[in-house]
Ligand binder design. Structure first.
Ligand SMILES: C[S@@+](CC[C@H](N)C(=O)[O-])C[C@H]1O[C@@H](n2cnc3c(N)ncnc32)[C@H](O)[C@@H]1O
Length: 311
């Protein structure tokens, strides 16, 4: 089996991100999800010769890959191992306190998906791990084997938007303990009615749900977004690429709230909230990939880019 390499990961909506962030030479940029360094490479080029980029990732091996790829920018690149949900701390520790741009390209990279040891993909037999950061105490196996059936069903329904969540949870509980991706996907495939097998693999949504839960992906996004805005200079831009509706909803609602001068309930006649708008959405609708990009990179199919400017 080939070792995954960064060449296999294509940055999604790259031209659109560069266009949205409107980077200038000398700009300070935070890439909160450095991954294979694809967007970072283009952002370092766009901010040459004096721009600096702070790259954050929860995955220590992604940081190593990105450092190799970005070695030619060594003097202009800093990396920080941790979550973008602690971006304020990362920025304070590295001197990136007022920045021109923040990018979040959510989810997982092809490097992680194609690494047979990580347990993200059901096409490889692997331990049920799915942690972005190996320091995270709970793995997918812990959730699959320890959660009460009701909670497992909720998790699969809420994070996987899976209509057969109850059946799947029941089948998992009867087949416990489950330790490998292939054992889990076989249990799911047997639990879901055959007609459902036609569109996507029946385990797709459950695997997504487990990955989101293991890494608390939605909680991280909710914590990270306000810190990104705190760090932006006036005129600085935030770009977020999401890959499913749960993430996009959080981003959309966050931008809407941050763009409003009043967030009082609509039925309240007088404003008492003292809220002040901090963001201006750069476009009302999210940007999506064109057919040519989706053809080249199927991962781009569900990508949605939202860009907002700090007031
Ligand atoms: C889609 S990839 C980024 C790819 C990158 N933009 C590129 O062009 O190569 C997402 C990355 O975000 C990382 N990640 C996910 N959640 C994170 C979090 N809360 N904090 C920091 N990194 C995170 C993953 O480990 C993964 O490497």
């Amino acid at each position: 089996m080939p070792e995954p390499t960064w060449e296999r990961h294509q940055p999604v909506l790259l031209a659109e991100v560069l266009d949205g962030l409107a980077l200038k030479p000398g700009a300070l940029v935070i890439d909160g999800t450095l991954g294979a360094g694809g967007h970072a490479e283009a952002m370092l080029e766009a901010t040459a010769p004096t721009g600096h980029l702070l790259g954050i990732d929860r995955d220590g091996s992604a940081l190593e890959t990105a450092k190799t790829r970005l070695a030619r920018f060594a003097g202009r690149l800093q990396v920080w191992h941790g979550s973008y949900a602690d971006m304020g701390q990362a920025a304070a520790e590295t001197g990136f306190e007022a920045v021109d741009a923040v990018l979040l390209d959510l989810g997982l990279s092809s490097l992680q998906l194609d690494d047979p040891r990580r347990g993200f993909a059901f096409r490889y037999d692997a331990p049920l791990d799915m942690r972005f950061d190996r320091r995270t105490p709970q793995t997918a196996a812990d959730l699959v084997n320890d959660l009460p059936e009701e909670e497992l069903a909720e998790l699969i329904r809420d994070y996987g938007e899976e209509r057969y969540a109850r059946r799947i949870a029941r089948a998992i509980v009867s087949a416990r303990p489950l330790h490998s991706t292939s054992a889990l996907q076989e249990v799911i495939a047997r639990a879901v009615p055959p007609a459902r097998h036609e569109r996507i693999h029946p385990a797709t949504r459950t695997f997504q749900a487990l990955r989101i839960a293991v890494n608390d992906e939605l909680g991280m996004l909710e914590r990270g977004l306000p810190q990104a805005v705190d760090l932006l200079k006036p005129g600085g831009r935030l770009a977020v690429i999401s890959f499913h509706s749960l993430e996009d909803r959080i981003v959309k609602q966050f931008v809407r709230r941050e763009a409003a001068d009043c967030i009082c309930p609509p039925e309240q006649p007088v404003c008492t909230c003292d809220h002040q708008a901090r963001l201006r959405p750069v476009s009302r609708k999210p940007v999506t990939a064109d057919a040519a990009e989706v053809d080249r990179n199927p991962r781009a199919r569900s990508a949605k880019l939202r860009v907002a400017e700090r007031l």
